[in-house]
Write a protein that binds this ligand. Structure first.
Ligand SMILES: [Zn+2]
Length: 700
């Protein structure tokens, strides 16, 4: 092992804002840095556990919170790179390290002497006179240890350790298989005929992809959602739509070395076994116990209520698509690869809105500026682009964020474009958390997206959905940037997963406001603002195709919940479970799950959203209600409301219970009816809510 001082991951970062010096990191630095980080952490833990003095908050909880910093720093860099800028070397390290890190964390949570100290403090917590945030940290630490198995017998703890290591290996392989399938598919669009129906922006994006990959064809299609969705929307070639759709659907499901189905069955069995060891009826019961929803029944009640309204709407939508196809003389039954194509025609006919008319008004830079403007109006933030901060890829951009008094708030990194070595989707993450425990440490936040690039020298033009994605991730980014807590493990987005989508989904609302669109949606060639008529059309289409969107989302969420609701599944068959759930729901044949089981990264690439994909809709109850709070004031930037929003939601991290945080902001809890209204699914056909399903939020 080279001395620590030689390893750029471990030595002090003498860069602007102490940002990670990415240009100095080489793959061979990671293993020794991880090993050293773990060794240091183990020594710190042994010291805390072996302390002779009676447990105090300072010598146990604060010391624990202060431990493992070296490891956190290395892991922060590593996991961000494996998501956004991976390569074969990093993937090999990932396969090696994932089980080792699981073993490392399990050794800590199963350390009996350490847990005895935490349990002793927890027992006496009412008499310790701790300030609220310290009490919260003690409770969260105790709960985390209990949920990791710390209170179990030595045999059960050992088995949980084995399960965690195996799960770490399986989920890593799952994720790498999806990436491999995505990379292995390229469809050349060599002739004019292959490109029939494609608008200019899709031609530009497919040409840029061909250039990027050095393809021989002038235009290519890859399995990037930013290319696939426009292709399915516009391509007049039904045979190619079918071919592409099937490749997109079959990620993780092709027989051979990247087949994820066997891995998933094992993951489900292991998760269920661990939940049973911890005393829960199922993995879903275990997972949901520490969320706003609390129980699978509450989640199911919410989703099935919305499902009924979504199904009615989707059937209406399908009949319209079928009618358009018939009118055109296409002798077909609508298939999943036809839905977007005919939906676009319906949209044009009913709303006179053409996606190709919208995109020229949504150049990437303007939408970035719009998101910064909204953050300025609400929270007084200002953004200054920095060119001297190291980045991990030349396309990454960096801004310094300052508050209204000019004080440094944090660094914001953004990585907008699709690349072959980037995981699909969009996400926010951090290289450094905000905290005040080790001084006034400000965060380093990153947003990663997969937008298609513009053609040579042309700006990237976003769809309205892309623009919404940018606002969404930026909302998460603000949750990290505005964080104002003492303890790093309570910072920013460290909240319950059904609360964490509130800051992101709420932020999306401001994109659709007239003021923001008028000011920032400007034609990339002429600088002309988007015409009012087009803005009105965009706003009018918000309820369009919502039956489809509701079903593709909810089917995924219900398949997730069902798969994780098994008590003792023996050897489960995840594909059979998926089929059974879809049959029970009467899923229309023309619509598929947004994420089918074999490539459902949210729930099988790690544990983040397992039994938790419902979270987006749970948070939607909150965001619909929270934006209404602004609308009720008559000013979407109402200063007093924005101040409350910052205090209780965006800056408060996990220093209080999420129900309490929302109540403090709004003074009441929302219901699922707001979701139906927001999606335009309330109609005379929607049945009144059944008893027990409308009010699904638990108050304390
Ligand atoms: Zn999100």
């Amino acid at each position: 092992m080279a001395p620590a001082t030689q390893n750029p991951l471990l030595k002090p970062w003498k860069t602007p804002f102490e940002a990670p010096p990415f240009n100095e990191f080489l793959p061979e630095h990671f293993l020794p840095a991880f090993e050293r980080g773990m060794a240091t952490h183990r020594a710190e833990i042994d010291k805390i556990a072996g302390t002779a003095a009676k447990p105090t908050f300072a010598n146990t909880i604060r010391a624990l919170e202060n431990s493992g910093r070296e490891l956190d720093r290395v892991a922060g860099v590593f996991w961000n790179l494996t998501g956004a800028d991976s390569n074969d070397d990093l993937q090999a390290i990932e396969r090696d390290m994932a089980p080792k890190l699981a073993e490392h964390s399990n050794a800590i949570t199963s350390n009996a002497a350490l847990f005895a100290r935490i349990a002793d403090l927890h027992e006496r917590r009412a008499t310790l006179k701790l300030p609220p945030e310290e009490l919260r940290l003690l409770e969260r630490k105790h709960l985390a240890f209990v949920r990791a198995g710390a209170a179990l017998s030595p045999d059960a703890k050992a088995r949980i350790g084995e399960i965690k290591q195996r799960l770490a290996a399986l989920t890593t392989q799952f994720s790498q298989n999806v990436l491999a399938d995505e990379k292995s598919f390229v469809l050349p669009l060599a002739s004019e005929r292959d490109r029939a129906g494609l608008p200019d922006f899709t031609l530009a994006a497919t040409a840029a992809a061909a250039k990027e990959l050095g393809a021989s064809a002038s235009h290519i299609l890859t399995l990037n959602r930013s290319l696939i969705e426009p292709f399915l929307t516009f391509s007049a070639r039904r045979d190619l739509r079918e071919q592409v759709f099937k490749a997109w659907q079959q990620r993780g499901e092709k027989p051979g070395s990247t087949d994820n189905r066997g891995l998933i069955n094992e993951i489900l069995a292991l998760r269920a076994e661990r939940a049973r060891l911890l005393g829960y009826a199922s993995y879903a019961n275990f997972k949901l116990a520490d969320t706003m929803a609390k129980t699978p029944e509450a989640v199911r009640g919410m989703m099935e209520h919305v499902w009924a309204a979504g199904l009615t709407a989707a059937k209406r939508e399908r009949d319209k698509l079928q009618a358009v196809a018939a009118r055109e003389g296409a002798n077909i039954s609508i298939a999943p690869w036809d839905w977007r194509y005919y939906a676009e025609k319906v949209r044009k006919a009913d709303y006179d809105l053409d996606e190709a008319d919208v995109k020229p008004y949504l150049p990437l830079d303007q939408i970035i500026a719009a998101s910064f403007h909204v953050a300025g109006q609400l929270f007084g933030l200002a953004f200054e682009e920095k060119l001297d901060v190291p980045v991990y890829h030349p396309e990454v951009r960096v801004w310094e964020v300052k508050d209204a008094d000019g004080r440094h708030v944090g660094l914001f990194l953004a990585d907008y474009f699709a690349r072959p070595n980037k995981r699909s989707g969009a996400w926010m993450s951090e290289f450094r958390n905000q905290e005040k425990l080790a001084g006034n440490i400000r965060p380093v936040i990153v947003n990663v997206m997969n937008f298609a690039k513009g053609e040579d020298g042309q700006p990237a033009l976003l769809s309205f959905d892309d623009a919404r994605t940018l606002f969404h991730e930026f909302g998460h980014g603000l949750h990290g940037l505005l964080s104002d807590v003492t303890f790093p493990s309570l910072a920013g987005t460290s909240v319950s997963h059904d609360f964490v989508e509130l800051p992101s989904q709420l932020f999306e609302h401001w994109l659709s406001t007239k003021g923001v669109l008028r000011a920032f949606a400007r034609h990339h060639l002429t600088g002309e603002p988007m015409p009012d008529a087009l803005i009105e059309k965009l706003r009018a289409t918000r309820a369009f195709n919502q039956g489809f969107h509701t079903l593709e989302y909810l089917s995924s969420a219900l398949v997730d919940l069902d798969a994780h609701s098994l008590g003792d599944p023996g050897t489960p068959d995840a594909m059979k479970l998926q089929d059974e759930t879809l049959a029970r729901l009467s899923m229309p044949d023309e619509i598929v799950m947004r994420h089918a089981t074999p490539h459902f990264q949210h729930i099988y690439a790690n544990e983040g959203y397992a039994a938790g994909y419902y979270s987006y809709m749970w948070s939607e109850m909150l965001d619909a209600d929270a934006f209404q709070a602004f609308e009720e004031t008559g000013d979407v930037f109402d200063a007093a409301m924005a101040e409350k929003l910052k205090l209780h939601i965006y800056s408060s991290g996990n220093r209080q219970d999420p129900d309490a945080a929302y109540l403090a902001f709004r003074g009441r809890m929302p219901t699922v009816e707001g979701v139906l209204k927001q999606r335009g699914l309330v109609s005379c056909e929607a049945a009144p809510s059944r008893a027990g399903t409308a009010r699904v939020l638990h108050s304390k």
